[in-house]
Design a binder for this molecule. Structure first.
Ligand SMILES: Cc1ncc(COP(=O)(O)O)c(C=O)c1O
Length: 374
């Protein structure tokens, strides 16, 4: 069996043709494909404005420049990739780690308790972990009642929905971000996007993506003005051409993910392997996370990982609690009261989940996992 990673892109000849066509065109960057990609993303996510950038981390950085000020306190989750809370630090603000709920997402009830205790908290950075949307009713309520700014990190969640609310539509948040890294639902190699319904934020983001420059029709042809300290977080036209082509197939990719989820869910029913949550038609399943109580088994997690990887199964762990990372510990973090996250971290691992995964490969994963756990 060839090595099966936990996530992988799916590219076809149309994708290759789209990139080659752009390579042969006049614009390799800052050309027509950038706006065209933004337009199709806005339509897909049901949002007014999209700004595409070089990666999801750049998207988080720019979103944080627009949303936060120095020393702002921001409630966030320990269960994410480093980039989510790093972006808060980039702008001199202060992450406050709150425990997760049973579905792996930030516990919004605990966020409310924190907001009651400390009304100076300015924002919530919530991650739609593994593709499962953050509870939209609760987000709406917190935003209205406490006036907090809300960022939804939808790097895992394009295509997900909670009722009528689509991921990254910003119906109940100020800003959302997406990532197009190859392990995600669709790819541009590296790439990311910021979505918002605010024209003001959109204009700021466009400028911040390119050095803080502003150019208006009233200016002389050679003129530009720098209004803020921006960056070069541009994405190329080749990447955007790939993104447009990939987005065309996104719903098919997600359907295949859901079919794989149903097969995993069925196989693990009434067993010691517990899916983080069962498919309820809302998650777009970037990850398929399961939990096992290792205290009841003769094998520990490290042994399980080693065994499965020896058998060519690229099991992964999402995530090591960010607040327990050495750098965060050096800033004084690491001792937060997060019992659900701690237990989750002991028990969780992610199984391969990507549209190209065949039924045969999935059967091999399920069979091998049961054998190893036995
Ligand atoms: C939840 C989350 N947010 C942000 C990012 C950053 O995205 P990128 O890798 O495109 O910089 C990732 C990347 O894995 C992620 O998982």
């Amino acid at each position: 069996m060839n090595f099966i990673p936990y996530g992988k892109q799916l590219l076809d000849q149309d994708d290759v043709n789209a990139v080659v066509q752009t390579l042969k065109s006049d614009y390799l960057t800052t050309g027509p494909k950038v706006k065209a990609f933004e337009d199709v993303l806005s339509k897909y996510c049901n949002v007014k404005y999209t700004v595409v950038v070089s990666n999801g981390t750049a998207a988080l950085h720019l979103a944080s420049l627009v949303l936060l000020s120095r020393n702002d306190k921001v409630l966030t989750t320990p269960n994410s990739f480093l980039a989510t809370s790093n972006a808060i630090l980039y702008v001199g603000a202060k992450p406050i780690f709150v425990d997760i709920a049973k579905d792996g997402n930030l516990d919004l009830d605990l966020c409310e308790e924190a907001l009651i205790k400390d009304p100076s908290i300015k924002a919530i950075y919530a991650v739609a972990f593994s593709g499962h949307m953050v509870n939209q009713q609760k987000l709406k309520y917190l935003k209205k009642k406490y006036g907090v700014k809300i960022l939804e990190d939808c790097a895992h969640a394009i295509g997900a929905k909670d009722g009528d609310v689509k991921a990254a539509s910003c119906v109940n948040s100020d800003i959302s971000i997406l990532s197009f890294h190859p392990v995600k639902h669709m790819t541009t190699g590296e790439g990311g996007a910021i979505t918002t319904n605010s024209k003001e934020m959109y204009e700021q983001l466009i400028s911040l993506r390119a050095h803080g420059m502003v150019k208006t029709d009233a200016m002389k042809p050679w003129e530009y003005e720098m209004h803020s300290l921006g960056y070069n977080y541009r994405i190329t036209d080749m990447q955007c051409a790939l993104g447009i082509s990939q987005l065309d197939k996104l719903d098919q990719f997600i359907q295949r993910r859901i079919a794989l989820v149903k097969r995993y869910d069925q196989a693990f029913k009434n067993s010691i392997i517990k899916p983080l949550y069962y498919d309820d038609g809302t998650s777009s399943y970037h990850l398929y996370v399961v939990q096992v109580d290792f205290t009841k088994l003769s094998i520990n997690k490290e042994e399980l990982f080693n065994c499965l990887r020896e058998k060519s199964i690229g099991v992964q762990l999402h995530y090591i609690p960010i607040n327990k990372q050495p750098y965060y510990k050096s800033l004084g973090y690491g001792n937060e009261f997060t019992p659900i996250m701690d237990r989750y971290y002991e028990e969780c691992f992610s199984l391969p989940m990507f549209p190209k995964l065949s039924d045969m490969e999935q059967d091999y994963i399920i069979k091998t996992l049961f054998e190893v756990l036995r």
